[in-house]
Design a protein around this ligand. Structure first.
Ligand code: NAD
Length: 488
């Protein structure tokens, strides 16, 4: 049984799961509201439990042998078709995603949703162009082959849900796995829209499924199922630990892309205007960006002038409705998240940290939070050591490069780092010293999809991106043929 489609501001979206090529409702639902106006209920979305989890894994398991047996070119053709359909529907997906999780609509329309299409195209291409490693040793000719691994569970967070889920589903499908995607319950709608396109692209039933619901219900049931052969997770370190325990029970490889507390390092030789502008950009999307450089580490000799320019750049931000192009800072995703962000700032004040600017909710009725800068009492302050995932940055200064590197590496996280300097030598020195999965010098968020992506420390386990992802979603095997074995 399926439910009627819901009219989300002119776009008809199914609130149901998509399992084995069919829309399926659940007896229970959960409310999905818009952060742009919390009184606006977008949909009552199907709330899966263990029964739907079982259905989805059963479908993915049944579809797996035929999907895995297709040639790489045949599978890639499905992915390319899906990419074309995403490009066709960018505006509708961007609009619904904006209403669902409040990311700026213009940015979704011009960049983020299109990246979903690029994810599918990139992995179609990479899978097609795979050159197995071949070499001779010990009298044998050796070849590394990739075997599809099996049903794969992909669990994603509420920020940038369309882009992040396609980033994981694309390589899993290209590698020959079948997929069950469980999007976050705070922003479930774009995953449902993706399933309309999967159907239009004529994916065989069961190859690509979506189950909607809560993490501790259907999420937990999916990762506990022993038929699942890969788990790919993006979210918080707390949930990452839980997923790791479930994966361990079934000895299933998993990747976890987790939170960040990246340093944003500004050296005296940097272009200070560019650095200040980029640092103010860390407030974009309400600071709900795992890769953001949220700890400003600034050379003491330029601290005051940098803060002045940074504050100027921050004042140019416009908090507002994410549908309007003038808006640069969106509301936070959920009232609970707003309370969490505000809680960090309140505790910082109690701790004796100094709020340089901001530090308040923006309005009584909405979910906006002011861009906030905090000077911590010490490097041990909670506000320095824990991810806030909101528009809250800290500022600390250093007197030499060694101290800068030591501060940069002083949290348990290790997802990203940003460096502003005019010295390539310094960039290379720090590049080898910093503990982070991605380091950007004089830029931010420039992504090559073939590069490895992930975090160290509590920022993650494993790497996705390019061939790293295709290897993760495959079981590698070595074929050894004794030299002299003849043709025929
Ligand atoms: P979360 O960990 O609360 O939830 C993520 C997903 O896990 C959701 O789909 C949720 O339903 C599911 N989940 C929750 N409990 C579960 C359980 N017991 N079993 C199975 N699934 C469960 O994270 P969030 O609040 O949605 O996202 C914010 C976090 O994600 C931040 O820490 C952020 O830094 C991180 N993040 C990391 C990256 C990255 O690439 N490293 C990207 C985006 C977000």
């Amino acid at each position: 049984m399926s439910s009627p489609r819901v009219d989300v501001d002119g776009v008809l979206v199914s609130p149901d799961h998509y399992i084995n090529g069919e829309r399926i409702a659940s007896s229970r639902t959960f409310e999905d509201r818009s952060p742009l106006d919390w009184t606006w209920k977008l949909a009552d979305v199907a709330r899966a439990g263990s029964v739907e989890a079982d259905l989805a894994v059963t479908a993915a398991e049944a579809a797996f042998p035929a999907w895995a047996a297709l040639s790489v070119n045949e599978r890639s053709a499905y992915l390319d078709r899906l990419a074309d359909l995403i490009d066709r529907d960018v505006d509708a997906i961007a609009h619904v995603e904006c209403l669902d999780m409040a990311m700026l609509e213009e940015s979704l329309r011009l960049r983020v949703i299109g990246r979903g299409a690029r994810n599918f195209r990139a992995y179609a291409e990479l899978a097609r162009n795979y050159e197995p490693r071949r070499w001779s040793s010990n009298g044998t000719a050796n070849t590394v082959l990739r075997m599809p691994a099996g049903p794969t569970v992909v669990i994603t967070p509420w920020n940038a849900p369309f882009m992040l889920s396609t980033w994981k589903c694309a390589p899993a499908l290209a590698a020959g796995n079948t997929v069950i995607l469980k999007p976050a319950e705070w922003s479930p709608l774009s995953a449902s829209m993706l399933m309309d396109l999967v159907e239009e692209a004529r994916f065989p039933p069961g190859v690509f499924n979506v189950v909607q619901g809560l993490g501790n219900e259907v999420g937990a049931a999916l990762v506990a199922d022993p038929r699942v052969r890969r788990i790919s997770f993006t979210g918080s370190p707390e949930t990452g630990r839980f997923i790791g325990e479930a994966a361990a029970q079934n000895l299933v490889p998993f990747t976890a892309e987790l939170g960040g507390k990246g340093p944003f390092m500004v050296f005296a030789d940097a272009d200070l205007d560019a650095a200040a502008e980029k640092a103010a950009g860390m407030f974009d999307d309400g600071g709900q960006v795992c890769l953001a450089g949220t700890r400003l580490l600034v050379d003491a000799s330029i601290r005051d002038v940098f803060v002045e320019r940074f504050e100027e750049a921050t004042k140019r931000h416009v908090l507002g409705d994410s549908r309007e192009s003038a808006t640069t800072i969106s509301p936070l995703i959920h009232p609970d998240h707003l309370t969490r962000v505000d809680g960090f700032v309140k505790r910082a004040r109690v701790n004796g940290d100094t709020v340089v600017f901001g530090g308040e909710r923006k309005s009584k009725n909405g979910l906006w939070y002011e861009p906030t800068l905090i000077e911590p009492k010490s490097n041990d302050s909670e506000i320095v050591q824990r991810e806030v995932f909101g528009p809250v940055l800290t500022i600390q200064s250093f007197t030499n490069e060694a101290e800068a590197a030591q501060l940069a590496n002083s949290t348990a996280y290790g997802l990203s780092a940003i460096i502003y300097t005019s010295s390539e030598e310094r960039a290379e020195r720090l590049g080898s010293l910093l503990r982070a999965g991605t380091i950007w010098v004089n830029c931010f968020l420039v992504r090559d999809l073939t590069a490895p992506f992930g975090g160290t420390g509590i920022s993650g386990i494993g790497r996705e991106g390019g061939d790293y992802a295709l290897d993760f979603y495959s079981d590698l095997k070595t074929l050894q043929i004794k030299e002299g074995t003849t043709h025929g």
